[in-house]
Ligand binder design. Structure first.
Ligand code: ADP
Length: 251
């Protein structure tokens, strides 16, 4: 049996209450906006121009998407924390997953360019393919979201022979992140208070989920940033037959 002190219990309860309060706030903001614009459409439909109606419907759709994304992220966090989710490890070809992620992201960011560079003869890595894809999508999406239109996102994939890993570095030409903020961005619901972030939708869960998934798969994540942009690098162990068998047994 684990004995938990009263102080620890109070601390846990406070963390739980803070979590509920943050989530409620995150849900209330888009819901208030949806209700407001739906009310206006219902009450003043005839007085509004076609253009205004369309604009309000778009806002309702965007805010609903924001809620869906939030709920999806919350479910991911809850699954990760309950440790009930099984990871299915297999040897994965990094380049093909990077390519499929870029195809998905490209649809959303029409003015961005994406440049990938793969070192020759890259070995496979041992990860859960779906989770690995989720990590890359989060990072490439952020690199696109927090950089300016008509800029390029670079994805470099290379081997670290000393650590026996494959590294994926995602570089953007965005506004960058200060050293002080780098410490905060991996925490739950943490968003940097800047004019850029305020304009962009998000709930501050993406990097928390990303870091947790990377570490669950024994990988590493790091960030370098300057006013010219940021580089997020993740690395994972190279697959070898022995590890593959061991991981399978653990599952
Ligand atoms: P979200 O994007 O939903 O806000 P994240 O957890 O993915 O949540 O990111 C947390 C914060 O870190 C963002 O709000 C943003 O301020 C900052 N951030 C993340 N990626 C980048 C990036 N590539 N360039 C600049 N800032 C970033």
């Amino acid at each position: 049996m684990v004995d938990i002190s009263e102080d620890k219990l109070n601390e846990l309860e406070q963390a739980h209450l803070d979590f509920i309060s943050t989530v409620s706030h995150e849900i209330r903001t888009p819901l208030t906006s949806i209700r407001g614009f739906a009310d206006t459409l219902l009450m003043s439909y005839d007085k509004l121009s076609e253009e205004q109606r369309e604009k309000f419907l778009h806002i309702i759709k965007d805010q609903s998407n924001r809620l869906i994304k939030l709920v999806e992220n919350l479910l991911t966090v809850s699954k990760m924390q309950s440790n009930k989710e099984l990871l299915v490890y297999k040897a994965v070809d990094v380049a093909s997953i990077v390519e499929s992620c870029i195809q998905i992201i490209k649809l959303q960011y029409k003015t961005h360019k994406y440049e990938c560079n793969y070192e020759k003869n890259l070995p496979k890595i041992l990860v859960d393919a779906d989770k690995f894809q989720q990590i890359l999508i989060n990072l490439i999406d952020n690199a696109s979201k927090y950089s300016f239109e008509n800029t390029t996102v670079y994805v470099d994939v290379f081997q670290n022979f000393k650590e026996n890993t494959v590294c994926i570095a995602i570089k953007d030409e965005g506004a960058g992140i200060t050293e002080e903020n780098i410490e905060k961005i991996f925490k739950k619901f943490s968003r940097i208070d800047s004019p850029l972030t305020r304009k962009i939708q998000g709930n501050g869960l993406g990097l928390y989920i990303t870091k947790t998934l990377v570490e669950k798969m024994d990988g590493k994540i790091s960030v370098e940033s300057s006013e010219k942009g940021s580089i997020f690098t993740v690395s994972f162990k190279i697959a070898n037959v022995e590890d593959e068998v061991l991981k399978k047994i653990k599952e």
